[in-house]
Design a protein around this ligand. Structure first.
Ligand code: UD1
Length: 339
């Protein structure tokens, strides 16, 4: 059973490829390598003893995408990760985000229709909820206006998928990720941020290892127990496993609706200071940080209602915050050894 993983050399994509292979799926990766490295294929092979098929091109390219699907007739399902994902960059260069993230989805869905490929798993984000009125936030909570072009591409993509699945013989599972962090236990694959990281955990590990001087904690005057913002951090391997369950459910025709939406989180909210404390505990490092002003566009707190995903998918995130921070630190240490 062959699954196309777009963006399969990226952070979440590479972990998902490993979990798919562990469950016996054949994987073909398409990635333009704009934000990942070809060497990830070697690492995947080292973990799984299986080298996934790989093709390098951008899925927004109509001709190349069509030509790809003309050559591959045995794809049972597609897990679509390939997308730009930096919030700040999307504000500076919105057309690049709309062009890449939206065109690639349309292209993929057009070819799914033409080639009668029925199963799509899509990477969405909890960003679609904005600051929810009620916590934990369930899949039925209202979608709020996106705060960035990046967030808007996720909302538009969800609409495109809904309309397309309604009209054609295509089915989808949309997975709304909370905050994926951590790395594979082998420390062979993990997150490789380009330049200065925007996200909390890579910034923490890079500060501890000496690449960055100091972590800025964005705001300590939120209405939370310690004043810092709260997120639902989920281990990337737990997240990857949810994709395998989702695609398996689709290819085995266990879907209850043409489009299903699931929150992927642990259901637990942790503050920025709690994340720092967990990091300090598992690494034995003292982190240099200071409190600064809030970051524009940040919500105060968000964490998932995971009941629907737990009950329907039979999937539950297993790893603790300490597990996540320990694996993130081991990954950073492994990267340092390579330099
Ligand atoms: C961010 C994006 C979100 C995207 C996700 C992808 C914004 C507003 N949101 O989520 O759309 O889907 O990344 O990974 O950018 N923090 C610090 N110091 C830092 C970095 C972060 O204090 O140097 C705090 C933030 O204020 C936040 C928490 O850490 O409270 C998590 O931040 P981050 O990792 O950037 O994720 P989100 O902002 O939740």
């Amino acid at each position: 059973m062959k699954i196309l993983v777009t963006g399969g050399t990226g952070y979440i994509g590479s972990h998902t490829v490993v979990e798919l292979q562990a469950k016996g799926f054949d994987v073909i990766i398409v990635d333009d390598l704009s934000n990942s490295h070809i060497t990830v294929l070697d690492k995947i092979e080292e973990i799984s003893s299986i080298r996934p098929e790989f093709e390098q091109f951008n899925l927004a390219d109509v001709t190349k995408t069509k030509e790809f699907f003309n050559r591959h007739h045995n794809i049972m399902g597609i897990i679509h990760f390939a997308a730009h994902k930096a919030v700040g960059e999307s504000v500076e260069n919105p057309l690049m985000y709309y062009q890449n993230n939206i065109f690639s989805l349309i292209n993929i869905m057009q070819n799914m229709k033409d080639k009668n490929i029925q199963n799509l798993v899509f990477s969405s984000s909890c960003t679609v909820y904005g600051q929810p009125a009620e916590l934990p936030v369930s899949e039925n909570s209202p979608i709020q206006k996106a705060l960035s072009p990046y967030g808007n591409t996720k909302q538009i993509a969800e609409d495109i998928i809904q309309d397309t699945c309604k009209a054609y013989d295509t089915n989808a599972v949309m997975l709304r990720y909370f905050n994926p962090i951590g790395a594979h236990k082998s420390a062979l694959i993990g997150e490789l941020p380009l330049g200065v990281p925007n996200n909390l955990v890579p910034f923490i590990t890079q500060t501890a290892i000496g690449i960055r001087k100091q972590l800025s904690v964005f705001g300590d005057n939120y209405n939370t127990a310690d004043g810092t913002a709260i997120r639902d951090y989920i281990h990337v391997v737990d997240l990857a496993q949810a994709h395998v369950v989702a695609i398996d459910r689709m290819v085995n025709k266990k879907q209850k609706k043409k489009v299903e939406i699931f929150n992927l989180g642990t259901g637990n909210g942790f503050s920025v200071l709690e994340v720092i404390r967990s990091f300090e505990k598992v690494s034995g490092e003292k982190l240099n940080y200071k409190i600064v002003n809030r970051r524009e566009g940040d919500v105060e707190q968000v964490y998932a209602d995971t009941k629907f995903a737990n009950d329907e998918l039979g999937w539950k995130a297993k790893k603790t915050l300490d597990n996540m921070m320990e694996s993130a630190w081991n990954w950073e240490l492994a990267l340092k050894e390579k330099i």
